[in-house]
Design a protein around this ligand. Structure first.
Ligand code: DGT
Ligand code: CA
Ligand code: CA
Ligand code: ZN
Length: 576
């Protein structure tokens, strides 16, 4: 709700920097950091949270008590979802967007495209042919058009996790899981599919119908409810009996291509696979509902009955996993339990970091990590970066904190900024002092492919660089990243033995899973990181791991699964 207030108020005020917008943003960060269940807090408790003022607190109370916020309803009426969506387009800030609306009557993507086709945008003050072309390209690359409009995973996954948690808390629920593209870790989601196991579907369905996320009911059946959220995202909830839960989650997780291959494998064994179970089909006389069930309660049972290894959900895309799982075997995939450290990690030494060194290190230690690289921004990242002097003080500070954590090796690192031409922060001698570095792109997103490729290769070739962070700099569905020649970049990673990051932030998931899979084929070293800027963000490691699995990443290529000695030796090897 607060995030929506941030966006809509930004539009209403014509600036994402306005006082009100920043107040909501601060409150949102404060609440996130606090972590308590908002619905249980009093006015007094709310305003005592860092960044939460009276105005925001009363909106939360209003929301908890009535399920609505009047201010938000007013803003929603003024800015319908199809208009708000336009604010995702790079180059269309709130001011420009409001201008486009008032001058050209543009209310949605279709009308915006039409205005671009008629060369209307370039005539507006502050815009020109270049910005018009840029906006046009961004619309294409964001995939905003038509009925196949999709929701970025960052907007769908936290919502699905909350819903599943709410369902699991229901006494009538035996088990619940989100399935579909979301469970497979697709970058964008058509709709959310949730499967619930229960013997009392009626109770589950009425709970769903009454849920506060429901804006509009599409299907209201005995075992299936489909509804729309206020943001227009569709959620399908199906209830099945506990005996059929495995078959149902297998079916609804898909992908369709994976299901089709599984079904063929079943047929080859005289079996029948559907959303109710894996059945013995040898007696053709029997009606399908009378066929003996071979397996259905768990996915594990079904894969086993098909003579296959269990296939982790992120791999289920019908791109060779069925053959591998039923034949030579799947790669020994990395899992969350294998991870021994985080190697892209900020503190409030970075302008955009929001927790102290002490807090961030304590949180990492609580994960049981063996090593941790603190990688605050280098000096080139304006506002957020630190000078050489500040970095040296920071090193001393980190060393001091490290004394309290004898079981964890704390590295003084840096997130180097890859400049427009591939240049890096500080001078080479200073960079060589860091224990570990991640180099990443934070600007110049629009250069042509050959220049972007050269730029990355220059950074990879630099002997002070250990890894490349968030490869393209994209924000899924919001900002297209840089376009590069992946094969050339992967060649360079191999040649210089530099690790490729899989960034677990849901907006990023960068490198993308298909790029990871290419890199895996070339045995590029990988590193899975959270890029945390706050103590609440360490959970991203799980998303990074799932993305790695989607890219078929085996444990042995992931450097932050290695034991301390092996990792430390590797991190120093380029320095000779
Ligand atoms: P999405 O929602 O477009 O991001 O993608 P999915 O994969 O979540 O697709 P969705 O929601 O249409 O259906 C959920 C799952 O149900 C899908 O992954 C596989 C299964 N499924 C749906 N339709 C079919 C079908 O016609 N044949 C088979 N074999 N499976 C299907
Ligand atoms: Ca779906
Ligand atoms: Ca669906
Ligand atoms: Zn970072």
């Amino acid at each position: 709700m607060l995030q929506e207030l941030v966006t809509l108020t930004g539009l209403a005020e014509g600036s994402p920097q306005s006082f009100k917008v920043r107040a909501y943003e601060k409150a949102s960060l404060g609440l996130q950091a606090d972590g308590r269940d908002l619905t249980t807090l009093s006015m007094k408790e709310l305003v005592s949270i860092d960044g939460v003022g009276k105005a925001t607190a009363s909106k939360i109370i209003e929301f908890v008590e009535t399920g609505r916020v009047e201010k938000l309803d007013t803003l929603r009426a003024e800015f319908p979802p199809e208009f708000v969506e336009l604010s995702r387009i790079p180059g269309l800030g709130p001011k420009t967007l409001m201008l486009v609306r008032s001058q050209l009557g543009v209310e949605n993507v279709e009308q915006l495209k039409e205005a671009i086709a008629n060369e209307k945008l370039r005539e507006l003050p502050g815009l020109g042919e270049t910005s018009e072309a840029k906006i046009s390209k961004a619309i294409e690359r964001l995939g905003l058009t038509g009925k196949d409009r999709r929701t970025p995973i960052a907007d769908a996954l936290p919502l699905a996790e909350r819903l599943v948690d709410d369902l699991l808390a229901l006494p009538e629920t035996v088990d619940a899981k989100f399935c579909g593209s979301l469970r497979r870790m697709s970058e964008t989601i058509g709709d959310i599919d949730i499967t619930v196991s229960s013997n009392e579907p009626g109770a589950v369905m009425s709970f769903v119908v009454g849920h506060h996320e429901v804006d509009d009911i599409v299907v209201n059946g005995e075992t299936k409810t489909s509804f729309l959220t206020a943001a227009g995202l569709q959620i399908d909830v199906r209830v099945v009996s506990p005996e059929q839960f495995g078959a149902a989650t297998l079916y609804f997780t898909g992908s369709k291509a994976h299901n089709i291959e599984l079904r063929q494998r079943a047929i080859d064994r005289n079996l029948l696979l559907n959303e109710y179970g894996l059945m013995d089909a040898s007696n053709e006389e029997l009606a399908s509902s009378d066929r003996p069930v071979v397996a259905s309660r768990t996915e594990e049972d079904i894969y086993a009955a098909l003579d296959m290894e269990y296939v982790p959900a992120p791999m289920r895309e019908g791109t060779g996993e069925v053959t591998a799982a039923g034949g030579d075997g799947l790669p020994a995939l990395v899992t969350r339990a294998d991870i021994r450290g985080d190697l892209h990690y900020h503190t409030d030494r970075s302008g955009d970091g929001r927790s102290t060194v002490e807090e961030m290190v304590a949180e990492a230690a609580a994960q049981g990590y063996d090593y941790l690289a603190i990688t605050d921004h280098g000096v080139d990242l304006a506002i957020n970066g630190s000078t050489a002097e500040e970095m040296l003080e920071h090193r001393a500070h980190i060393a001091e904190v490290a004394e309290s954590y004898p079981d964890m090796t704390l590295l003084w690192g840096c997130e180097l900024n890859i400049g427009g031409d591939g240049g890096l922060d500080y001078d080479a001698d200073f960079r060589a002092l860091f224990d570990y570095t991640v180099a990443s792109v934070h600007s110049h997103y629009d250069k042509p492919v050959p220049e972007q490729t050269d730029r990355l290769i220059a950074a990879i070739a630099d002997p002070t660089v250990n890894s490349i962070g968030h490869l393209t700099g994209r924000y899924i569905g919001r900002r297209p990243g840089i376009e590069i020649d992946y094969d050339a970049v992967i060649d360079a990673l191999v040649d210089y033995d530099v690790a490729l990051e899989i960034n677990g932030a849901l907006q990023r998931l960068d490198a993308a899973s298909d790029v990871v899979r290419k890199a895996v084929e070339r045995e590029v070293k990988l590193v899975i990181n959270t890029d945390s800027h706050h103590t609440s963000e360490l959970g991203r490691m799980e998303y990074g791991v799932r993305t790695a699995q989607r890219g078929w990443a085996p444990k042995h290529l992931v450097i932050n699964t290695w034991d301390r000695a092996a990792f430390l030796a590797w991190s120093q090897h380029r320095k000779g």
